[in-house]
Design a protein around this ligand. Structure first.
Ligand SMILES: *Cc1c(COP(=O)(O)O)cnc(C)c1O
Length: 362
């Protein structure tokens, strides 16, 4: 069956184990982020078996799917809950990341009504300008949270390198540790979780690991004891420079499509050129006649620029909603041949989401 996404579970186990091993000496636990898998319970179980201590997802529907399939590990809702989803957040997630006092009050009311406890990590704004409480307001919101019935404030966190592209580094991670101390001092309690970020935190990790040149700094300053990682597990890359991580596999996911037409045709269209199917005026380089192959995959399933063919000599020329068009001049293909691709994170997310792409564990 094509198109299909082949999911190598052993590669995912391997990557998770490697990351857990790398983080352990720094006292950092791994929350495995499942959003790109739409909360796939088979994958989630592998990540837990390989040492992840919790699962994180941005969508409550994905967490619900994990629960419905019998996953009992702690689940963290990564995107601040919408008021309409406060009830489900308390029902299905153990922990949520929050920034708004109004939502905290609603979570508290829902938790009381359901007779449950709900745990909260408050997100601090450290410059990236996505979600986060301004540093000057953090203690005040922490105090509000602490006083709300059936809510337990378990930690603080931050998320960088998402909207503003701000790099996680010693300075902003130290600021997070400093904020943790400040919250603890003002509330007179100990925070369990200081969650430092995502797959963009590897440069910081390296710097942090090296900072034992100054032992005083490391034990007194760094309080980060949790990272929430998705892309590093799935693609084996960090996200600041998209460099492959040492010892990790980059081949956990492979997208496979099938040739539905293969013909020698000109490299430039013939006739008056108007707008293409997506409202653009296409530009073509003249290379004479070439062998062109069409695959059963399109923009409804993937962003074509997020794909890299496994075989050398294949070039993606473009895609319509349903057709991916290749220059196969140097790697001739026949109708029915299968073509394999590696995916970037956006392509992986779309392939996972498309109901037209079947998912196969290998
Ligand atoms: C998606 C997400 C992550 C994981 O990001 P990766 O780059 O895939 O590691 C971590 N934290 C939050 C809040 C997220 O939304």
């Amino acid at each position: 069956m094509t198109p299909r996404l082949e999911i190598n579970l052993d590669a995912l186990s391997h990557n998770t184990r490697q990351l857990v091993t790398r983080l352990a000496p720094l006292g950092i636990a791994l929350t495995a982020v499942t959003k790109v898998t739409l909360g796939d319970p088979v994958i989630a179980q592998r990540l837990l078996d390989a040492g992840a201590t919790a699962l994180g997802d941005s969508r409550i529907d994905n967490i619900r799917r994990l629960r419905d399939q019998g996953i009992n590990a702690p689940c963290v809702l990564l995107r601040s809950p919408a008021p309409s989803q406060v009830d489900d957040t308390v029902r299905y997630a153990d922990i949520s990341l929050n920034t708004e006092p109004e939502i905290l009050m609603q979570l508290s009311r829902a938790a009381v009504a359901q007779g449950r406890q709900h745990k909260v990590i408050l997100m601090a704004e450290l410059g990236d300008l996505r979600e986060g409480i301004m540093a000057t307001d953090l203690c005040e919101v922490a105090a509000i949270c602490r006083n709300l019935a059936n809510l337990e404030l378990i930690g603080i966190g931050t998320n960088l390198a998402c909207f503003g592209g701000v790099r996680p580094a010693l300075n902003n991670m130290d600021e997070l540790s400093w904020l943790a101390r400040e919250v603890e001092a003002s509330l007179g309690c100990q925070l369990q979780i200081i969650s430092g970020g995502n797959s963009a935190n590897f440069d910081w990790l390296t710097a942090e690991a090296r900072s034992d040149i100054d032992p005083a700094r490391q034990c007194q300053l760094n309080r980060v004891n949790n990272l929430r990682l998705g892309e590093a597990i799935y693609l084996g890359c960090e996200t600041l420079h998209r460099t492959p991580l040492d010892g990790l596999r980059q081949d956990a996911f492979t997208l496979v499509a099938e040739v539905i037409e293969s013909k020698t045709k000109p490299s430039v269209p013939k006739g008056d050129i108007g707008l293409d199917a997506f409202g653009k005026i296409p530009v073509f380089e003249s290379r004479g006649d070439i062998q062109r192959s069409i695959l059963d995959l399109g923009r409804q399933d993937i962003p074509p620029d997020g794909l890299t063919p496994d075989a050398d000599g294949l070039e993606i020329l473009g895609a319509s909603s349903d057709h991916l068009i290749l220059n196969s001049q140097h790697q001739p293909l026949n109708v029915g041949d299968e073509v394999r691709f590696q995916l970037d994170y956006a392509a992986l997310l779309m392939a996972m989401t498309s109901p037209f792409v079947s998912k196969v564990y290998v």
